[in-house]
Write a protein that binds this ligand. Sequence first.
Ligand code: B16
Ligand code: MG
Length: 224
Amino acid sequence: MKAVIFDLDGVITDTAEYHFLAWKHIAEQIDIPFDKGVNESLKGISREESLESILILGGAETKYTNAEKQELMHQKNQYYQTLISKLMPKDLLPGIGRLLCELKGENIKIGLASSSRNAPEILKRLEIIDDFHAIVDPTALANGKPDPEIFLTAAALLGVSPADCAAIEDAEAGISAIKSAGMFAVGVGHEQSMLGADLVVRNTCDLTLELLNEEWEQYKIKSF
Ligand code: B16
Ligand code: MG
């Protein structure tokens, strides 16, 4: 294992809750029901695709012009940015600070594959941006998760072959993207929503370098 590539929302910090609150705020304005179940299906999905999904859910996919959709996304992002402006180092999910230290100690490269355009700002607020050797710019990609492009781009920026990378995700679309990229997939969450993952942990505090190394060895043996 020469590199570990992280998803951001739901893996490094719990911004999934903030995305939920911001989309709920917009959905209420346009009279579309929105709950945690719907929010779950938006994890890892771009802002544009998230809005389209919400409009389809409310039977309103043809109701808004492109300019109105841009305005709704702008409002969602402003609400979201107000919420993330309060993030600080204590908002790192449990075990993530320790894992970053362990990876640095072993000279394992660290990458970020987040669909969020707010990712650099969040890493700065958490005071971990300097730990990352590569951060993918999601606006430069042709395809979002579950396409493997974001993970393959992270590996290329790190100068590591995908076969030597592990990647950590909390969303189904993300696990599919990691597997399609030919990487070792680590899921954080419930087994049933992490189908295809090579290793599933319930919480980020279970993510240690020792566990990743052990499971990596097993995975490599099985792959031969
Ligand atoms: P933004 P990840 C994703 O981040 C979120 O899971 C998803 O809910 C969000 O819509 C997407 O980023 C875009 O975020 O609106 O901030 O650009 O999980 O890939 O780190
Ligand atoms: Mg995520």
